[in-house]
Design a protein around this ligand. Structure first.
Ligand code: ADP
Ligand code: MG
Length: 262
């Protein structure tokens, strides 16, 4: 379980550019939850993930993962328990290293082993085969030669190679063509389900937020303004989300990307 208790974060606090990106935000993700997170550009979604991943320490509040207070744990130690995947497929892989080297590096960073053996190679070949993207036959190919979809599938495998307690997906299919995006989403659901990983997924696409996961969280101005539990509120539509935003915030969603799902 992930428990976030009243966290706040202000960037550049003592300057005219001071920006409160997280404002007294609390969130609970139960084991096995798959929560989709939506909100206009600048709502603080990525900042929330960066706070959980430990890119910076929050100004106040607490972050607890599986009963361990990780508020002041360094990011490299958090990475052993938390997988984090970004929109840019380049961000999670080393382009000049081969597929197998990238996987080995991910395994080492997550404390699985200190050097790769023939057994590990076989294990990873099997895992790559399961992705069904022809990566198992190209284990020694530099990652820069892969398509965006292949690279994001590899990133997904790297992020989950040690069965993390938590997976953070920050618009991880937004930069892919529709076919690859669908394939990567399918893999995401399979990996998350097979391993029972608790998952938070940011998406700008309200249809995706409705389609995937068991809860929807809507953010605005560094706060959570609504949580929808799909087991109690069934058949939610995009129109419901837009109306609900207007009712709560007294303004319209000002984000074409989010409204159009592009
Ligand atoms: N490292 C940073 N330094 C200064 N301001 C930042 C930083 N990261 C994010 N912000 C600001 O915090 C706000 C929230 O950003 P972000 O979390 O990226 O929004 P979202 O992912 O919802 O689009 C924005 O106003 C953004 O400019
Ligand atoms: Mg973002």
């Amino acid at each position: 379980m992930l428990r976030i208790e009243r966290i706040s974060k202000t960037f550049d606090p003592n300057s005219v550019n001071a920006k409160k990106a997280l404002d007294d935000l609390s969130l609970i993700a139960e084991d096995g939850d798959f929560i989709t997170i939506i909100g206009a550009n600048g709502a603080g979604k990525s900042t929330l993930f960066n706070a959980i991943g430990g890119s910076f320490f929050v100004d106040s509040g607490r972050i607890v993962l599986e009963d361990q207070d990780i508020t002041y744990v360094k990011s490299n130690l958090r990475a052993k328990k938390i997988g984090h995947l970004f929109q840019d497929p380049m961000a999670s892989t080393a382009p000049d290293m081969s597929i197998i080297e990238n996987l080995a590096l991910a395994g080492m960073n997550k404390g699985m082993f200190s050097r790769i053996t023939a057994n590990d190679r076989d294990y990873f070949r099997e895992k790559l085969k399961e992705l069904d993207m022809d990566l198992d036959k190209r284990m020694d190919t530099p990652v820069r030669l892969l398509s965006g979809g292949q690279r994001q599938a590899l990133g997904l495998l790297m992020a989950t190679v040690n069965k993390p307690q938590l997976l953070l997906l920050d618009e991880h299919t937004a930069a892919l063509d529709p076919g690859s995006a669908e394939k990567v989403m399918e893999l995401t659901c399979r990996i998350v389900e097979d391993n029972g990983i608790t998952c938070l997924m940011i998406t700008h696409d309200m249809n995706k937020a409705i389609e995937y996961g068991n809860k929807i969280v809507m953010m605005d101005q560094g706060r959570i303004i609504q949580t929808i539990d799909k087991s109690t509120q069934k058949n939610i539509t995009v129109e419901d989300l837009i109306l609900s935003f207007r009712n709560r915030q007294g303004k319209d969603l000002d984000n074409d990307r989010m409204l159009l799902g592009i």
